[in-house]
Structure formats: structure tokens, C-alpha cells
Design a protein around this ligand. Structure first.
Ligand code: ASP
Ligand code: MG
Length: 456
């Protein structure tokens, strides 16, 4: 029987008591599982902050490690009655906390943190939660044991901070360490480089770990346990009448994940698309003993004529390169992007016209991008301006691919709500259109689009 990969995130592991609920979920499956876990809630944030604190203060490493010890000790005491079991898990945790303290002391004394050390520190949270989750799974009768990515040989491309897995190598190596006769528990969020260092997959990266494993062992599904009712038609804080979307395609899920819908790590679908392995999004808060997906993510069905969801992000800034000839002279974009590439600045998107090139960035990169582009003399460009306080709205749905009139419905809705559209892009992704508006118009724009497409 094919295994199911089950992932429990930080939101399932908020309080120490939540660990037991996740174990009950795992026990309800009655099929062979691989379990992937995130760090306990807020632990990754503590570690990220801890890096700066440790650089600044000699006492910080000790304080950070004592705090983390307390969080995990509480979970141990609450769930593991057997003294022998508790001691053996505690020995593993102590060793890892000791290692963490050494790393934090190390960065304190050198006054800086190399990339590979940063990733090793930040990924510690998963190596603290996994042994506890494994012990609690044993308690509910599953033959669970921890398997570390470094033991599996979960190879990455070595880009620290935001690595991608080498799927071909993983497919060769992973199955032999993830036997269906046991319940392997894998700390998510990271893999290893060719030289054996740890490289993380970016925030929320345990979803991606779980997807890489699901693909490598040809799992029957990837089940993500979250604390929301799957993918929704809009953010319920802004759109109270938003609804669960029962089915989204891989492409729709990827588009939505780049925006406000924080259901998936944006790259989770990548490893699964080719083999059509479905993702099932569950809500641990609603667990009633049955395995009930809220949203299934799978291949496009081409049967939807609507926009399924609207999402937005305010984490965006634009640099606009203007000049009458930018659309007709060769090499302009290359010149502009070479400088950005050299400065290690990622361009999120590009929207061009005959007289302007709009480069979109994450907010934190905007000032640097502007400085780089102002310092380059790009031919034909006569003005370089930055645009802040904006938001990108994404209207997402397979329907956009083949239903005439959907885009005009969206613009009509925005016009009626008196939202001024600053910039748009449609067609680059067949399942999403992007609309850039002023930040203060975000909620109004989201509601207007949602109302039009989900009438009735
Ligand atoms: N613990 C990591 C984070 O908070 C990875 C994850 O939760 O998936 O980003
Ligand atoms: Mg998390």
C-alpha cells in the first residue's frame, strides 16, 4: 500500500497539548505514513531573533537555549509518562540544544554569521520537535522513529536561506530510509548541501520538505494539517462571507500561495505536479476522528468558468524606468537586470510598455533596487521612480484561461467600487490576473472582486 505523507505545522503545535491531538490524527489514518513536522509554534521566530541577540550579547545564547529547553520540556512532561522514554528523548534534545548554544556563542565571538551557520541555527526548531512528536506517536501505538534529512541524504542546490531540493537524487535516496513498516518522523524545513551543510527551504518550508518526500516515495497523497478550512475564496478577516474552495489546480494553488493565502509554501506544488500526487489540506482544529480534506489540490480540471479566489499582498514595491524609447531599443532590460543580479536582488515580476518598464520587488528590496537602478545609466531611460504604499491583488482561477469576459467583470467591479487601478497584468499566468492598487484601496478592491464573482 502506498504511503501517505502527513505534515503537521507550527499551527498544529501551538501549545504543548496540541502534540497529542496531532498524534491522534496520525493514529486515525490506518495506512502507512511518513510524518513531517515543523518546529513548535514561534520557535523559528525565536531562533531568527536569537541570531542578532547572540551577536549583540554574550548572555543571549544561554537565555535562548534555556527558553527553548523549557518549551520542549513542558511538552515532554505533559505527554511522556515513561521515565526511560523521557530520559532518552531529553538526552537527544540536550545534545541539540548544546550544539545550538555553541553555534550562538561562536557567532557572538566572530561578530557575524556565515550563511551555512545561519541555516543550521534556524533549522534547530524542527530537530527539537521531531523527537518529541516521534515519542508521542509511539505512545499512541505507531512504530515511530525520527529520520533526519541529513541521514536520508535530502540533497539541495545549496542556496542557503531558500534552497530547492535535487528531486532526482532524492527519488534515488529517500525511499530506502522511509520504510512503510515503520512511521518515520522527519524534521521539515531543510535539506543538505553536497558538502554536508544544512540549507533551509525558506519560511514555511516544511510543506516543501513534505512534498519532496511525497514525490520521492510516490506517496498516494500529501496531507497538510493546518488550522484553516483549506483554501478560501478570500481572506476571512477582510471578506467574512468567504468560502472554502473544494478543488484547486496546482497552478492556482501556486499563484494563491505567492499572495496572502498562507496555506502552502509557494513551491510545494513543484515536486508533485508531474506525477499528479494530490495535496489534501486538512484542518486540525476541526478534527473529529475522520480524515476529511477541505481543499484538494491536483491537476487542472478545465471545468471551471469562474475566478475562484482573490488574494493580496502589500509586500511589494515598484521601480519604474521611463523613457519614450524603452519599448523599441534592444538591451535595456538586460542592462537594468544585470546590476540587480550582481546586487543579489530578486525581481518578482516585470510589466512593460512602450514607454516604461515596471520592475516589481519585495518591499525590503525596494530601496536597494532603486539605488542600483539609479546608479546604472540605462540607455533611453530618462526617469527612475519608486512606487510604495501599493498592493498587488491576484484574481485566480482556471476560468481565466478559457472564459471570455472574466477580466472585464473584474475591472467593472473595481470601477463600480471607485478603485483606481495603477497597473495590471493579465495573460502571463493563464490562471491569474494581477491588479496593482493603492494600499488604502486593498480591502475595498478585494471585496468588490469577491462580491462580483461569488454572487449568490
Ligand atoms: N518552522 C519553519 C518556519 O516557521 C518552517 C515551517 O514552519 O514550515 O518557517
Ligand atoms: Mg510554520
Amino acid at each position: 500500500m502506498a504511503q501517505v505523507v502527513v505534515k503537521f505545522g507550527g499551527s498544529n503545535l501551538k501549545s504543548p497539548a496540541d502534540v497529542e491531538r496531532s498524534a491522534r490524527v496520525a493514529a486515525a489514518y490506518k495506512t502507512p505514513l511518513v510524518v513531517v513536522v515543523s518546529a513548535f509554534s514561534s520557535v523559528t521566530d525565536t531562533l531568527i531573533r536569537g541570531i542578532d541577540e547572540a551577536i549583540g550579547s554574550e548572555k543571549a545564547p544561554d537565555t535562548i537555549c534555556s527558553n527553548l529547553k523549557e518549551i520542549h520540556e513542558t511538552a515532554l512532561k505533559l505527554h511522556i509518562e515513561s521515565e526511560t522514554e523521557r530520559n532518552s528523548v531529553r538526552a537527544v534534545l540536550d545534545e541539540r540544544l548544546d550544539q545550538l548554544k555553541k553555534l550562538l556563542m561562536g557567532i557572538h565571538y566572530i561578530g557575524a554569521v556565515p550563511d551555512f551557520t545561519r541555516d543550521q541555527i534556524i533549522s534547530t526548531g524542527e530537530r527539537l520537535s521531531a523527537p518529541i512528536v516521534a515519542a508521542v506517536l509511539r505512545k499512541v501505538g505507531l512504530p515511530a522513529h525520527e529520520v533526519l534529512p541529513e541521514i536520508m541524504g535530502l540533497l539541495t542546490d545549496g542556496s542557503f536561506g531558500n534552497a530547492a531540493a535535487d528531486l532526482a537524487v532524492c527519488a534515488e535516496r529517500l525511499p530506502s530510509t522511509l520504510s512503510p513498516d515503520s512511521t518515520p518522523v522527519v524534521p521539515g524545513f531543510y535539506g543538505v548541501t553536497k558538502t554536508g551543510n544544512i540549507a533551509i527551504f525558506g519560511r514555511g518550508g516544511s510543506d516543501y520538505t513534505a512534498a519532496v518526500i511525497a514525490r520521492s516515495i510516490r506517496a498516494s497523497s500529501l496531507d497538510l494539517w493546518k488550522d484553516v478550512d483549506g483554501f478560501l475564496s478570500g481572506d476571512p478577516r477582510i471578506i467574512p462571507n468567504s468560502k472554502t474552495i473544494p478543488y484547486v489546480s496546482y497552478e492556482e494553488a501556486a499563484e494563491l500561495s505567492y499572495f496572502g493565502a498562507k496555506v502552502l509554501h509557494p513551491r510545494t506544488v513543484e515536486p508533485l505536479e508531474l506525477d499528479h500526487i494530490p495535496i489534501r489540506v486538512m484542518n486540525v482544529e476541526q478534527f473529529d476522528g475522520t480524515i476529511k480534506p477541505y481543499t484538494i489540490v491536483g491537476p487542472a480540471k478545465h471545468d471551471s468558468a469562474s475566478i475562484k479566489s482573490v488574494a493580496a499582498t502589500e509586500d511589494v514595491g515598484i521601480v519604474r524606468l521611463e523613457g519614450p524609447g524603452v519599448g523599441s531599443r534592444p538591451g535595456i532590460l538586460a542592462r537594468a537586470t544585470t546590476g540587480l543580479d550582481a546586487a543579489g536582488i530578486n525581481i518578482s515580476s516585470v510589466i512593460t510598455s512602450q514607454t516604461s518598464i515596471n520592475l516589481l520587488f519585495r518591499k525590503r528590496d525596494l530601496a536597494r533596487a532603486l539605488a542600483v537602478l539609479r546608479s546604472e545609466s540605462v540607455p533611453s531611460v530618462i526617469a527612475v521612480d519608486g512606487l510604495e504604499d501599493i498592493a498587488i491583488i491576484a484574481a485566480v482561477g482556471e476560468g481565466l484561461r478559457h472564459t471570455p469576459g472574466l477580466a472585464s467583470q473584474v475591472f467593472g467591479a473595481l470601477a463600480s467600487a471607485q478603485v483606481n487601478v495603477l497597473l495590471t497584468q493579465a495573460g502571463a499566468s493563464p490562471v491569474a490576473m494581477y491588479i496593482i492598487v493603492r494600499k488604502e484601496d486593498t480591502a475595498k478592491a478585494l471585496r468588490a472582486i469577491h462580491d462580483t464573482i461569488h454572487r449568490g
